[in-house]
Design a protein around this ligand. Structure first.
Ligand SMILES: [Zn+2]
Length: 280
């Protein structure tokens, strides 16, 4: 499932492909993704100019001329593919196709169809039902220990569960929640409410750092991918603890054969990976 860094990488790819371009044609090859596409989808999009490609959590916000915004979410398996040159044949799961006045083709491909698209007046984006309750945006200047601490106050859930709650931090998923807690030296089992002060500062920095590193890795994968498949946004970065059960964590001096190494536990139905030695 794409996480925030993947979505940000997709956003950057779409900026290059779409920003400042007019949508010469739009085709939806079926009437629904996860939900029905909005009425008159093609007609309302065709002819508009893409003024911006933004992001809120894991939602892409394509700002169009005339005060309209296309909201898109990749779901479980959605991907955008960009073609500047010769087009490969359409595939079965290419559901939406955009062609710009520069001749660039962008295809939305989604085999599992958990992705969705909606059209809203730009003035109403923040109040859209999918966006209205989103929490702090973890990439950017506004995110810091104090605002994170305020959101965690009074929460008795484990910090790992609180980080996955989209009304606390927008767009943070399982992988980067594990990695950020490791980097901050905070146990995933610690009560969220106790992450205050210096601990919250450390966690906010750790979240920013792991996301920034992943976005940078995505940027390099973008350059590689564009030349071959045109696909935006799927890449693998090196993780410290995620999916590393039984292995030594970076910087650990203990012998994993003696201590068991990185542990895996289940929290809210998801696997949490952590080092019991370094995370308190
Ligand atoms: Zn360790």
């Amino acid at each position: 499932m794409p996480e925030l860094p993947e979505v940000e990488t997709v956003r950057r790819g779409l900026v290059r492909a779409l920003e400042g371009r007019r949508l010469a044609s739009v085709e939806n090859r079926r009437a629904d993704l996860r939900f029905p596409l909005p009425p008159r989808f093609r007609k309302r999009l065709t002819g508009r100019t893409v003024e911006s490609v933004g992001r809120r959590g894991k939602f892409l916000l394509v700002g169009l001329s005339g005060g309209l915004t296309l909201i898109a979410h990749l779901g479980m398996s959605g991907r955008f593919r960009v073609f500047d040159g010769p087009l490969p044949p359409l595939e079965r799961h290419d559901h939406v196709v955009f062609v710009t006045d520069a001749g660039t083709t962008v295809r939305f491909h989604d085999p599992r169809r958990f992705g969705f698209m909606d059209l809203v007046d730009t003035a109403d984006v923040a109040g859209h039902p999918m966006l209205a309750r989103l929490g702090l945006e973890p990439v950017g200047e506004g995110f810091a220990g104090a605002v994170l601490a305020a959101r965690l106050k009074g929460r008795r859930a484990p910090i790992k569960a609180a980080l996955l709650d989209q009304s606390v931090v927008a767009g943070l998923g399982n992988i980067y929640a594990c990695e950020a807690l490791f980097r901050a030296g905070i146990s995933p089992k610690r009560a969220a409410a106790t992450v205050q002060g210096g601990r919250a500062d450390k966690l906010a920095s750790a979240i920013k750092d792991v996301l920034a590193a992943a976005i940078a890795a995505g940027g390099s994968s973008l350059r590689d991918h564009r030349q071959t498949t045109g696909e935006l946004g799927y890449f693998q970065t090196a993780f410290a603890v995620y999916d590393r059960e039984g292995l030594a964590c970076p910087g650990c001096t203990c012998d994993p054969a003696a201590t068991g190494g990185v542990r895996r536990i289940a929290q809210s139905g998801r696997s949490t990976f952590y080092c019991a030695r370094k995370q308190r």
